[in-house]
Design a protein around this ligand. Structure first.
Ligand SMILES: Cc1cc2nc3c(=O)[nH]c(=O)nc-3n(C[C@H](O)[C@H](O)[C@H](O)COP(=O)(O)OP(=O)(O)OC[C@H]3O[C@@H](n4cnc5c(N)ncnc54)[C@H](O)[C@@H]3O)c2cc1C
Length: 438
């Protein structure tokens, strides 16, 4: 047992934690702890959902063994600390792919399950949890529950998107999907206004497995919500497979003394990026790593935001109010002059998510990074919260470090039912924050 300062991806919270570890799926749940515990994957959550300030973390990265991989059926079993990157390295050469991947592959299987993560193909494939065939949940009383949509289904529904609070996932069995090539065939289409985004999205969902848009968060008036829309499919044959991107050479070696993301750099970047292609529409072939995980090419890119770190604000707005509320959010953000290069808009589909607390639901999701500017940023967030709450939307716990408890509870109506499944030994900073003063 050791104690160390741990921070999450946004680098806003740095706090000492007592650390325990699991080294094999056969290990026991640590018992001699005086404080609550929270399983910890690879710390890629942005705020406090992977932290337990004042308590302990149970590190799971050493649960890093593959258990089985059937190359005929694409069923893969592995321990929960295996990274999605490690799975892809193994399965892509055999013609398989993960059915849902987030924007970084440096995420553990346990972390992907506990946040029921989503990718650019949500409209087709739903969330990561939709492809988990079985998992083992280790509880603090020593009980081991094998859960699936048909075995202990209530524990499965609580553990997928369960924020690490139901116990620790030790291993999982996943159903992969076939691919013919590591290549993605990508169309990038410049669009001038939010209204065009909705048209492009509706049209592209019929033909493209992956859809997503980068948004110029400073655009207003006739430029409101302008951006670059991408739609892509896996290459249909093994020809012309692009080389994988070079191993990560770029790195931000230490937190910069000030944030490089400011009003001037943002305006310059967004204008150049919006005009980066001469023609309105461009077709490219890309390796899956550069298409799905562009930011993974720069080690520690989160340090660009300086010593105060940054927040991500990711919301989902249900379909009926999606257009109006998204326009209001973008106009409010542009008016504040805050925001960053990373602003993403995506239409979620109607595939239902398996977790009681899953974030994705039919509608539109907007995700933006913001340099931490203290009270000024919090005032903007409060204005955004009013729009999201008023539209019946929700914020994503994996990205959050500050949402008011009321907004969480309104966006996740099953939270009380879920709380019956929390392991008595487990807790997190996030959970205490959003449920304590009820
Ligand atoms: C650049 C970037 C892009 C991203 N893009 C997306 C995206 O497109 N879509 C998306 O959905 N998310 C996205 N994310 C968020 C990320 O996918 C999630 O936060 C993910 O859960 C992080 O996994 P982790 O292994 O780092 O877990 P951690 O962040 O360490 O923990 C996440 C949660 O999982 C729990 N947990 C971890 N391991 C276990 C276990 N073995 N058993 C039980 N609980 C466990 C923890 O308690 C915690 O609640 C992105 C993050 C980054 C940094």
């Amino acid at each position: 047992m050791v104690s160390r300062v741990i921070s999450s991806w946004g680098n806003v919270i740095h706090a000492p934690h007592v650390l325990y570890g699991l080294h094999s799926r056969y290990d026991r749940f640590p018992t001699a702890t005086e404080t609550s515990l929270l399983p910890f994957g690879n710390g890629r959550s942005y705020g406090d959902s992977c932290l337990n300030v004042g308590g302990a973390l149970l590190q799971t990265r050493s649960l890093d063994r593959f258990i089985s991989f059937d190359r005929e059926t694409g069923v893969l079993a592995c321990e929960a600390g295996v990274l999605l990157a490690e799975i892809l390295d193994l399965v892509v050469p055999a013609g398989w792919f993960l059915p849902a991947v987030p924007g970084t592959c440096h995420v553990t299987v346990g972390g992907a399950i506990a946040n029921d993560v989503h990718g650019k193909n949500h409209h087709r494939a739903g969330t990561f949890g939709c492809h988990v065939r079985r998992l083992e949940l280790l509880r603090s009383n020593g009980e081991r529950l094998v859960c699936s949509p048909s075995e202990h289904p209530e524990w499965f529904a609580a553990t997928v998107a369960g924020l690490g609070l139901t116990g620790v996932v030790t291993w999982a069995e996943l159903q992969l999907r076939r691919i013919a090539s590591p290549r993605l065939d990508v169309d990038s289409i410049r669009f001038g206004h939010l209204d065009e985004f909705f048209g492009l999205s509706a049209e592209s969902e019929r033909t493209a497995e992956y859809t997503v848009a980068w948004i110029d968060c400073l655009g207003r008036g006739k430029h409101l919500g302008r951006g670059i829309f991408q739609r892509a499919n896996h290459g249909a044959d093994a020809a012309n497979a692009p080389a994988p991107p070079k191993a990560r050479k770029l790195s931000v070696p230490f937190p910069l003394p000030v944030s490089l993301v400011n009003g001037v750099s943002l305006r310059v970047f967004n204008t150049l990026y919006y005009h980066r292609q001469w023609s309105r529409q461009k077709h490219t072939s890309e390796h899956y790593r550069s298409f799905f995980f562009p930011l993974d090419g720069i080690r520690h890119w989160n340090r660009l935001y300086g010593p105060r770190g940054f927040y991500q604000y990711q919301c989902v707005i249900p379909t009926p109010s999606a257009r109006e509320a998204t326009a209001a959010l973008l106009d409010t953000i542009a008016g504040s002059g805050q925001g960053s290069f990373l602003a993403v808009l995506k239409q979620f589909g109607a595939v239902s998510s398996p977790g009681m607390l899953s974030f994705p639901r039919a509608g539109v999701t907007l995700a933006l990074d913001f340099p931490n500017k203290g009270a000024r940023l919090e005032r903007l967030f409060e204005a955004l919260d009013r729009i999201v709450g008023g539209a019946g939307g929700a914020l994503y716990p994996a990205k959050d470090g500050r949402m008011p408890g009321e907004l969480f509870r309104g966006g996740y109506p099953r939270w009380q039912e879920f709380s019956e499944y929390i392991d008595p030994a487990c807790s997190s900073s996030f959970w205490r924050r959003v449920t304590e003063h009820v």
